[in-house]
Every structure is written in structure tokens, then in C-alpha cells.
Ligand binder design. Structure first.
Ligand code: AMP
Length: 434
């Protein structure tokens, strides 16, 4: 039955059962639902409210928001044109959320907006383990405050999600980039330092020296790391106020018993960050081991056309990487939920009876299924087993005449005869008991 069409490389079908591909195991939809439920539960504890923005945005929004010279905008956008308009499939959700915040005047709701999201993002990257072209992010944006506790909250939340799911071995790195003006001065100093060494840099870093020099600090190349040891220190460019803010963030993290290291090389790949940045890594994921990243982006609103500054901070995390971490750590993830009731019906009259009853039970809130192929008793029992049914109801011509059916407990194998009038309440009791 195989077709000639396949899903695009770097994207996945999420099937009811876990599937193993050449590259990864893709957990089944029950595991995704479970993880998303736990994320929502943690979001609720933080008083965060869900926001859903479109997959499609104006290309200009992402170019301006994320930054023209970032990898995302210069190389990784799935963007296209229709007539005069440029569209992009969102590569991240922070710029769209800030757009929505400004467009709908969400500050009028009062107080700080704690907005969360779960959904797909798209980046035209070279697919590899933990790096895909369609992936799923969840995240939180706290919009409308400079309070350092908001920075701490957006760091604590992904850690709490890990704890909630039992993911261990996470490490947190934090940094402060200072204000945009400090960053600009630092950028110039870094370029001045690196330019005489341009010949020693990799091709990517040479390109970045022109476009986005701070990203060179992210390099994984050993020789470049050694070279960078003598580079000017970003920290010496950070202004007093940003330093004081960073000290506050650290104080709050300490109060919440969170361990971290300060990493002055942590600049992150997106242009909109100022002051706090952070990344949460998880052991065992190989090269793509960053589970969550985020920081403060006080300048984004104005970049998107706001007349007033709107201070904000947030994080984004990858659900695929969370699921990979759970797999590496051998966590038990739920599979397909068993059926409460499976009706084995033999003969046309019994099949009609079955459909009528099952429809009524479903409306009464129970979960009941039956065979849609008109197969033999044996085949229907096999199906009931495959569906992990707790209770099987067996009905044929004899039972219809008698006015009672056989109810079988699939765990113990016990059977009992139950009259039609008692059937719904008996089944309801059994469903409640399991
Ligand atoms: P970023 O928006 O690049 O800071 O990414 C935030 C988080 O999203 C990362 O830490 C990853 O967990 C996840 N992520 C980003 N890009 C990808 C990708 N191409 N494939 C899978 N997950 C990703």
C-alpha cells in the first residue's frame, strides 16, 4: 500500500504508535499529548495564558524582529512571495507574539502579560539529530516589565518542565549582553581583535566577521576557541545598570535554588536580545544539546514600530529535544490508551444493536468501540486484545432473544451474564473501577 509520496526530509509524521526512522525514534501521538499536557500544567502554575499566532507571517516582521544578519533570516527562512506580499513560515514565535501584543494593545489587559505558546516552527536547516526543518517549540513571554524576577521566571519555567517530566542532567548558562549600545561597542572591539586573525578563522566565522561577529563566540572549533581566549571580554563593556540588573537576576535564581554558570560567551543567535541571555542544556543529546534558550528583548517592540519601549523577557524550548532527552533517559512514556469497552457482535441484528448501544454509551461519556469489518468471533476477540480493552461485551442472536449479554473482564477472564436493563450501569461501574 506504499505510495510514491513521502514526507519532506527534516519533517515528521507523528503516528499513533512510536515509529523508528533511520535517524530517530519519533514518539507516538500519546507521548506528545502527555508532554504537552505537562507543559500546560506548568504554564498554569505560572499564571501564563495561551496565545496562538498564525504559522504565516510577513517576511518583513521576521527580518526586522529576528535580525537581517542572523542565520535564521539570512539562510533558514521558508519564505515565498504572492503578488506584492512576502510570507514566511514562522521560524520562531517571539516576534509574532510581540506583533500580536502591539496590534491588539494587550497592555490594556493590565499588568504584565505572561503569554505562552506550543506549536510548530520552520527553519531550512540541514537536518540532523535534534535539528529539523519543522520542529515544535513551547515558550513563555513576559511582556511589560523590567523586573529581574521576570527574567528569573523565564529561566525557572523550562527547568520546572524538566523536573515535571523527570528529565535530569540539565545545566544552565546565563549571561548579560548589556544595552544595544554596549553591544555595538563590543562588536567593534571584537572585529578589531579578530580582523588580523581572519586567515585563521573557518569559512563560517569569516562570513560572520562581516555579518554577525558576536556569533563567532559560539564557535565549537578548538583553534578558534583558543584564539578567543585573548579576545576582549564582553563583560567589561556592560554598563552599570545592566550589571545591577544581572546581579538581581542571579540573586533571584539563588533564592530559587537554581544552579548556573555565568558564560560571557553566551550571545545567542537572534538579534533582539539585550541584557539577560540564557541557555539550558541537557546531557546525552549529542551536538544539539540545547533544550531551551531565551533572554530579555527590551528593544524588539520599537524595532517592530512601537512608539514606546516595551520591556520583555522570555524563552523558547524544543519539544523534539525534550522527547529525545526522555528517550535517552529511558523514561516511560504513555502509549495508546486502552479501550474501556469492546463489543463483539455476531450477526446483522446484533451489529445493529451494538451500534445503537455504543452510540448511546459514547454520548453518556463512556469510551466504547467495536469491529467495523463484520469479522468472526475469533477475529473480533483478537481485535479486542489488540486494543487492550478492559471489558468485552459479547452479543449474538441468542443474547438478543434472551435479553442479556455476556460481559467479560479481560484481566481476570471472569464472565457474567448481564440483563439489558442492567447493562449500562454495570459498564459504568466497571469503567469507574479501572
Ligand atoms: P532558538 O529559537 O534558536 O533559540 O531555539 C530555541 C529552542 O528550540 C532550541 O533550544 C531547541 O530546543 C529548539 N530548536 C531550535 N531550532 C530547532 C530545530 N531546527 N530543530 C529542532 N529543535 C530546534
Amino acid at each position: 500500500m506504499s505510495s510514491t509520496f513521502k514526507n519532506i526530509t527534516g519533517t515528521f509524521d507523528i503516528l499513533p504508535d512510536t515509529q523508528t526512522t533511520a535517524q530517530d525514534a519519533v514518539p507516538g501521538s500519546p507521548a506528545w499529548q502527555y508532554v504537552e499536557d505537562r507543559i500546560r500544567a506548568v504554564m498554569r502554575r505560572y499564571g501564563a495564558q495561551e496565545i496562538r499566532t498564525p504559522i504565516l507571517e510577513q517576511t518583513e516582521l521576521v527580518a526586522r524582529g529576528v535580525g537581517q544578519y542572523t542565520d535564521i533570516v539570512s539562510k533558514e527562512m521558508f519564505a515565498f512571495e504572492r503578488g506584492e506580499d512576502g510570507y514566511v513560515m514562522r521560524p520562531e514565535v517571539t516576534a509574532p507574539i510581540m506583533r500580536a501584543y502591539l496590534q491588539h494593545n494587550l497592555e490594556q489587559r493590565g499588568g504584565v502579560q505572561r503569554l505562552y505558546y506550543i506549536g510548530p516552527c520552520f527553519r531550512a536547516e540541514r537536518p540532523q539529530k535534534g535539528r529539523y526543518r519543522q520542529f515544535h517549540q513551547f515558550g513563555l513571554e513576559l511582556i511589560g516589565t523590567e523586573d529581574a524576577r521576570a527574567d528569573a521566571e523565564s529561566i525557572l519555567l523550562p527547568i520546572d518542565v524538566c523536573t515535571e517530566l523527570g528529565v535530569t542532567g540539565t545545566t544552565l548558562r546565563i549571561n548579560s549582553l548589556g544595552r544595544p549600545a554596549d553591544r555595538k561597542r563590543y562588536r567593534d572591539a571584537l572585529v578589531e581583535f579578530l580582523e588580523p586573525h581572519a586567515g585563521e578563522l573557518s569559512e563560517t566565522s569569516r562570513e560572520r566577521l562581516e555579518s554577525n561577529p558576536l556569533r563567532i563566540l559560539d564557535t565549537k572549533e578548538e583553534s578558534e576557541r583558543r584564539l578567543l581566549e585573548d579576545a576582549p571580554d564582553l563583560w567589561t563593556f556592560v554598563d552599570e545598570e545592566s550589571r545591577a540588573h544581572f546581579a538581581e537576576v542571579r540573586r533571584h535564581l539563588d533564592a530559587a535554588d537554581v544552579e548556573y554558570t555565568v558564560d560571557s560567551r553566551l550571545v545567542r543567535g537572534l538579534d533582539y536580545y539585550s541584557r539577560t541571555t540564557f541557555e539550558l542544556d541537557v546531557a546525552g543529546l549529542g551536538a544539539q544539546n540545547t533544550l531551551a534558550g531565551g533572554g530579555r528583548y527590551d528593544g524588539l517592540a520599537e524595532e517592530l514600530g512601537s512608539k514606546r519601549p516595551v520591556p520583555a523577557v522570555g524563552f523558547a524550548a524544543g519539544i523534539e529535544r525534550l522527547l529525545l532527552a526522555l528517550a535517552v533517559q529511558d523514561a516511560a512514556l504513555p502509549g495508546i490508551a486502552p479501550a474501556d469497552i469492546f463489543v463483539v457482535a455476531l450477526g446483522d441484528a446484533a451489529r445493529d444493536w451494538c451500534f445503537e448501544r455504543v452510540s448511546a454509551w459514547r454520548r453518556a461519556g463512556m469510551n466504547a468501540i467495536y469491529d467495523l469489518k463484520g469479522r468472526s468471533m475469533k477475529a473480533q476477540m483478537r481485535e479486542a486484545n489488540r486494543q487492550n480493552a478492559d471489558t468485552v461485551v459479547i452479543v449474538g442472536d441468542n443474547e438478543l432473544e434472551r435479553g442479556s449479554v455476556v460481559v467479560k473482564d479481560m484481566d481476570s477472564g471472569d464472565q457474567q451474564d448481564v440483563e439489558f436493563a442492567e447493562l449500562e450501569s454495570t459498564l459504568r461501574e466497571r469503567v469507574r473501577a479501572t
